[in-house]
Design a protein around this ligand. Structure first.
Ligand code: BES
Ligand code: MN
Ligand code: MN
Length: 456
């Protein structure tokens, strides 16, 4: 029998060509103008999954974008792995900052450049191809279910209902997700934590219309000036967040765990150079790695109002707006933080302005155990293919649905991602290394084999 490894090696070029086809579909879930393309990506994945050997492949319709479902049940006695990922991508703008059009993938120096190359089409597709290889060589040791959604980048609004309504269908022993990063190509790691999220939008209104900034300036509250003051007041001199009660739920990390984190390889110089900054910035008393993983944050994602066109227009605006996200750590409740933010933001508004606060999506953080057989299976799989044991790390990003999977289905997730933090996900020139793509395809079958063996 041909080995899975040999099969993969013989199909490398086709696997890559197929991924490039998928990357050509602009499946931007945030922008209704791309609705047809988002659906097209779902159909494309379904077709590819069917050809790979999955049964009962279908699009599960939702009020939003469909969920691609497919499965292969090989043995009722074998454990079942539920593979989750997303086929939708972030908007590509600002387009002018891309060296190549975001949906015309190019390969330069063994790196694929395209929106979604890493987050998450490239990583989802590794699973489809690893599955194909296991099926083709008769080496599939676990039952597999695929659940690939199209709304992750906009908050997975419809996946929660689908999961709650399909508990039987989604029964599994573990959820396997590749949508995170490793430390470096020669330093494998597994994310054991995710941050939660509360995403808010605020509006500050001053006068009932835009005014001449000379005639009225100085005598009327300028909502942009006020909004800036309100925003800056939400951090103190130590970069702590000043919203009362904000830290109440925060799970403090033990000195021992922090000491272990401090052993994680981290090149501050390279980090700064990659970002074009001469120094890092953040909460007093915490390292860069800690600030970006075990600590909650508050960041303005966008701010607008008044005149932003060509040249100068002397105007005192009527309204100012901002989108503000808070990254949360395990034990902070997204609903509670949303409430605290709303109350606080309203309470700090000075007389002379009216404020409106709306909540967008949110979700809870997650911590996964490292003493499970699923973690062992992933760790051993990476040890085999990287030649080095992966380091457990805590990531700063959010995949809110992971906490929900545990709550609704009672199933834990393993975040066996293969990206790099420097892959520019959500940014111009997003990319994914061929090394990472093929390493993922190579590693996944080991996970399946290890998980089956360890489950016996
Ligand atoms: N794949 C990312 C999350 C991620 C990236 C986790 C890197 C860990 C390391 C995911 O697609 C994402 O972007 N999630 C959003 C949250 C969502 C509610 C829009 C995020 O983190 O901003
Ligand atoms: Mn993702
Ligand atoms: Mn993303």
């Amino acid at each position: 029998m041909q080995s899975t490894h040999e099969f993969i090696a013989s199909q490398k070029d086709r696997f890559l060509a197929e991924l490039l086809d998928l990357l050509r579909i602009p499946s931007i879930s945030a922008d209704p103008a791309y609705a047809g393309d988002v659906r097209k990506a779902a159909e494309w994945i379904a077709e590819n999954l069917r050809n790979a050997g999955a049964d009962h492949v279908r699009l599960e319709e939702t009020p939003g974008y469909p969920i691609v479902y497919g499965e292969k049940m090989v043995d009722p006695a074998a454990p079942t792995v539920l593979v989750y990922g997303h086929y939708d991508v972030q908007p590509a703008d600002p387009l002018e900052l891309w060296d190549n059009p975001p949906f015309e993938p190019v390969i330069k120096d063994d790196v694929i450049y395209a929106r979604g190359a890493c987050d998450d089409k490239g990583q989802v597709f590794m699973h489809v191809k690893a599955f194909e290889a296991m099926c083709a060589t008769g080496n599939l040791a676990c039952n597999v279910k695929f659940m690939i959604e199209g709304e992750e980048e906009v908050g997975s609004d419809n996946l929660g209902n689908f999961v709650a309504a399909n508990k039987e269908l989604l029964k599994a022993d573990v959820i396997l997700i590749s949508d995170t990063a490793i430390i470096a190509n020669d330093i494998p790691s597994i994310d054991v934590g995710l941050r939660g999220l509360s995403y808010m939008e605020v509006e500050v209104q001053g006068p009932n219309r835009d005014l001449h900034s000379g005639v009225y300036g100085g005598a009327v509250a300028n909502p942009i000036n006020i909004l800036c003051q309100m925003i800056s007041s939400m951090h103190d001199e130590f970069n702590h967040i000043t919203i009362p009660g904000f830290y109440d739920g925060v799970m403090e990390v033990s000195a021992a765990d922090r000491a272990a984190m401090a052993q994680t390889p981290f090149d501050l110089e390279a980090y700064q150079k990659d970002l074009g900054i001469d120094t890092v910035y953040g909460e007093k008393g915490f390292t860069t790695l800690e600030r970006a993983s075990i600590r909650p944050t508050l960041d303005v994602n966008g701010i607008w109002g008044g005149y932003t066109g060509e040249g100068a227009k002397t105007v005192l605006p009527s309204k100012a707006f901002a989108k503000i996200s808070m990254r949360l750590v395990p034990n902070q409740s997204s609903a509670e933080i949303t409430r605290l933010f709303t109350d606080h933001f309203k309470s700090i508004a000075p007389k002379g302005v009216k404020v409106k606060v709306t909540a967008h999506h949110g979700g809870e953080g997650y911590l996964m155990p490292t003493d499970s057989i699923a973690f062992q299976a992933a760790s051993d799989a990476m040890t085999t293919t990287f030649g080095k044991e992966p380091i457990p790390t805590r990531g700063g990003g959010s995949i809110p649905i992971v906490a929900l999977f545990e709550k609704e289905l009672g199933i834990k997730s393993i975040l066996m991602g293969f990206g790099l933090d420097s892959d520019a996900i959500h940014s111009p020139n997003e990319h994914y290394g061929l090394f990472n793509f093929y390493k993922g395809i190579e590693t996944i079958p080991h996970f399946f084999q290890n998980f089956a063996d360890l489950s016996k």
